[in-house]
Design a protein around this ligand. Structure first.
Ligand SMILES: NC(=O)c1ccc[n+]([C@@H]2O[C@H](COP(=O)([O-])OP(=O)(O)OC[C@H]3O[C@@H](n4cnc5c(N)ncnc54)[C@H](O)[C@@H]3O)[C@@H](O)[C@H]2O)c1
Length: 363
């Protein structure tokens, strides 16, 4: 059952509204700040088909807004679609007083945020995330970007949305696999936060009815508290990257391999297991916690087929933004709630962690 109220979380720079009763807030924000603006909507085909009518029922003042629809999926997060977005905005004479609404999953908020933040040196944008990854993570925090030659998030900006409106109503239209992919980012968030958040997920998983909105709220709270202290990713924010150094490299490998790439959340789930193993070997994560993490992720994620040529894989890892001077660095977990950033890891250790992953997960 969805809650009947909503939650408002204020970051230093913008509010995030979560729940089914957020739409009056949306209406008043648009009327007060964007009454004389032109409003544009960016979305993808899948979200447009499944969710647009639901959005328009709740936000009727968007009915006449022009929309740009791009193909769904990670392959769309590229410069070609940014260029099409810029051209579309230009064809409508969009300007700095107008507003772009990113309506979709993490691909749409990453790409739309980047397109808006660079168009005419920056026009405002607002996120209405529709996937679990979008609502719990991607739409928050002001990191916008695109992939370059299959390398994740190589080009981008830091620019905050004007606001985020996350209504779990949209999650019912997600395919099961896409929903489950979102569990990985929530598990990551719980491991970084530690305390009750990790304890509750470890004990209950995601099965308790009605819990998803609460988990989204806790993930957002955790992310905002970290990002507000380090908006430009210099130190503490890198903790949010736990599981992502290897996760992104797996995702890049799979995009390179072709037609049916693994989902971002699936790659992150595998990355969390490998990086938890490395944490255990290098910085003292307990074997008990490693087993708890493995047990939880194995409940939801089948083993991914990871075939790689070590040179290609290390090339992807060295392109990661945390790597420096040819040294691969990652954020590792000392214990739930304690992450050490910028930890060097050798390619031998990384290969060992992947062997561990293959041995301990089942197809
Ligand atoms: N900027 C950040 O801080 C941040 C954080 C985490 C992830 N990300 C990025 O987010 C992306 C992954 O996010 P994602 O999984 O949302 O990807 P996505 O946007 O590709 O969405 C996944 C799929 O679900 C579909 N979809 C989305 N909402 C739907 C709905 N309500 N009903 C039916 N279908 C729906 C989409 O069309 C797409 O096919 C990656 O590119 C990742 O790098 C960014």
């Amino acid at each position: 059952m969805l809650k009947e109220s909503f939650t408002r979380i204020d970051s230093l720079h913008y509010p995030v509204f979560i729940g089914s009763r957020i739409w009056d807030e949306f209406d008043s924000l648009i009327r007060s700040r964007y009454a004389s603006s032109n409003i544009f909507i960016l979305s993808d085909r899948q979200v447009y088909k499944k969710c647009m009518s639901v959005l328009l029922e709740r936000a009727s003042l968007l009915r006449k807004c022009p929309s740009k629809i791009i193909p769904a999926g990670e392959f769309s997060k590229d410069i070609e679609n940014v260029k099409k977005g810029w051209e579309w905005l230009a064809s409508h004479n969009a300007g700095r007083n107008d507003l772009l609404i990113n309506f979709g999953g993490g691909v749409i908020s990453d790409l739309g945020g980047f397109a808006a933040s660079s168009f005419k040196r920056g026009m405002p944008f607002l996120n209405i995330p529709t996937s679990l990854i979008g609502q719990a993570d991607a739409a928050i925090g002001g990191k916008n970007g695109i992939n370059l030659n299959r390398i994740k998030n190589q080009v981008g900006t830091f620019k905050n949305p004007a606001a985020v409106f996350a209504d779990p109503v949209f999650l019912q239209f997600l395919q099961k696999r896409e929903l489950v992919a979102g569990y990985a980012e929530i598990i990551k968030s719980a491991l970084i936060a530690g305390g009750d958040f990790w304890r509750d997920i470890k004990l209950n998983g995601f099965e308790k009815p009605g819990m998803i909105e609460d988990l989204i709220t806790r993930s957002v709270q955790n992310k905002i508290s970290i990002v507000d202290g380090d908006p430009f990713d210099i130190d503490k924010r890198k903790s949010l990257n736990f599981g992502h150094t290897l996760g992104h490299a797996f995702e890049s490998l799979s995009m390179e391999a072709g037609q049916k790439p693994m989902l971002h959340g699936e790659a992150v789930a595998a990355g969390i297991i490998c990086e938890a193993y490395i944490s255990c070997k290098l910085i003292g994560l307990s074997r008990d916690t490693l087993h708890e993490i493995l047990h939880l992720l194995n409940r939801y994620f089948p083993s991914l087929k990871i075939d790689f040529h070590e040179d290609k894989f290390s090339e992807y890892l060295l392109q990661d933004k945390k790597s420096q001077n040819g040294v691969i660095r990652m954020s590792l977990l000392n214990a739930p709630g304690i992450v050490l950033v910028d930890q060097p890891a050798s390619m031998e250790m990384i290969t060992e962690s992947i062997e561990y992953y293959k041995e301990m997960t089942s197809p």
